[in-house]
Design a protein around this ligand. Sequence first.
Ligand code: CP
Length: 325
Amino acid sequence: MIRSATTLGKDLIGLEPLSREQIEVILDTAEPFKEISERRIKKVPVLRGKTIVNLFFEASTRTRISFEFAEKRLSADTVNIGAVGSSVSKGETLVDTARNLEAMRIDMVVMRHWSAGAASFLAARIPSNVINAGDGAHEHPTQGLLDILTLRDHFGRLEGLKVCIVGDVLHSRVARSNIFGLVTLGAKVAVCGPRTLLPAGIEELGVRVFGRVEEAIEWADALNVLRLQLERMQDGFVPSLREYNRVFGVSRERLEWAPRELLILHPGPMNRGVEIDSDVADGPHSVILRQVTNGVAIRMAVLYLLAGGSPDLAEAAKSGKGVRP
Ligand code: CP
């Protein structure tokens, strides 16, 4: 079937509004892009002539660098801007910043911002494609997609797969994108954590809630372990980090009680010894670094599709064909 190149629309703000087919198009398009990162010369001329601005108002290692690798491997011209060192530090607004970038004739903006809704606010005001690289506690769609791709790679299916998201769900845009994407694709999703770190009404998103990590381990096929976002917390969310680790930490001893071998994911950065112990993070069932590798392919796929690339031509795009002029 020839699917429309405009399947995703202008922007990628979140997974909540996407259909099953739209998510599957991105996952399937990422497949042929994986191989490019394994080549000696990791470059194809797919986005030659496109100018992409990476606008990161919050710290990032994985997302910022993998977007930049994805853009460079597709031959786009890229510019990186942070809050520090730009005129945002002098009080310039987000829209004025973006309008000035538009005046220099850019094609796409990848943005991380501390405020939920910032990406859709920007997308409504500029003609360039906008990709949300994380906005407050709202969504982090490319992280959700790379987590889902990693699960699909391992299990070969998503329908009926039991995935439990463990930890600080309250502050997590990663949790929301995973929930929206996985539920849409037919997976069974649960969350587990202290009540203080679970949003009120989370069940309405179609997830089960476990109050004990032992219950989650007994139920799940995979655990996606979340970082305690200490920078977004005031006192009182957890009694202490040591107490959190004792009650909710994912440790080898706890996993030994699992009725089946659990796949372990973590979006990073990790607080080792808090939400996850090192022997689990570095253990045989961890796919944490595979998530990072898949992140480049997912971001290549999203950039390619939003630039007008046809999913059916992604294989051909490996040699530079398949993107509209
Ligand atoms: N997973 C993730 O978003 O990591 P960074 O904050 O390092 O980009």
